[in-house]
Design a protein around this ligand. Sequence first.
Ligand SMILES: C[S@@+](CC[C@H](N)C(=O)[O-])C[C@H]1O[C@@H](n2cnc3c(N)ncnc32)[C@H](O)[C@@H]1O
Length: 252
Amino acid sequence: MESTLDQYTDKAEHYSKLKERDWVRVVERPTVLRALGDLRNLTCMDMACGSGYYARQMKLLGAAEVIGVDYSPQMIELARSLDDLSITYLTQDCERLEELGMPEYFDVVFGGWMIPYIPSVERVSRFAQNLRSVVKPGGRTVQLFGNENRFSSGNVVDLMDAMGQRFEANGHVPRDGDPYKVIIGATGDSPGVELINHYYTHPTIKKCFMEAGFGECKFHSIVLQAKTTAEREKYREFVEDPLITVFEAKNV
Ligand SMILES: C[S@@+](CC[C@H](N)C(=O)[O-])C[C@H]1O[C@@H](n2cnc3c(N)ncnc32)[C@H](O)[C@@H]1O
């Protein structure tokens, strides 16, 4: 199996286009932005920043400083090429954030689709501890990842076809850490991009963060920002049973 890092080599440009999909505009982005809230004068990190989509959003929400971090040099190169907001980008494994040498530096650390790349509960626990070490006391983290309900039946093939995204589980009810395949952007002409992610239940994520010393944990409700009634109707079911979860925890 490819290493997680290899999954992004040569796929950076393709991945960046995924942020242009409708459901990101209508559901993912508004839900994340509401959870991030007012970032004026705050120091922020976009961890596993990819093309820097949310790093730029954080700057637009008023952040004084945004540092985007990703371990893929291709993603960092792409993010830098798209930046016109003076964001700093660093190449670093976000499971080893302490190596940045920036203890208690950030008011807000956002992680978009980072947790699904961590392959075991033990590593999610270590990740949460590491993450806490770079968050100021009183600061917080917002994490975006897959909704456990979408995967819990073990039968998720074609679930998201309408959104240009498919998931293939192993045909059984998944356990924490189980891998599943994500196929993004497949069309008649292109097989799309395949990625391996890992399943976690919401209570498991919350437990890892609580044990790492975070508190005031919460799961945010979904925001639907449809432009038309037709669009609202199109996304109604999607919102009732959302693909995404947005989790927040405070360094109490
Ligand atoms: C699905 S993309 C999400 C990008 C961006 N956060 C977003 O929401 O658009 C996942 C990103 O996580 C990065 N990534 C995964 N595991 C990582 C790790 N341990 N350290 C740093 N980056 C990581 C990959 O390189 C990739 O850019």
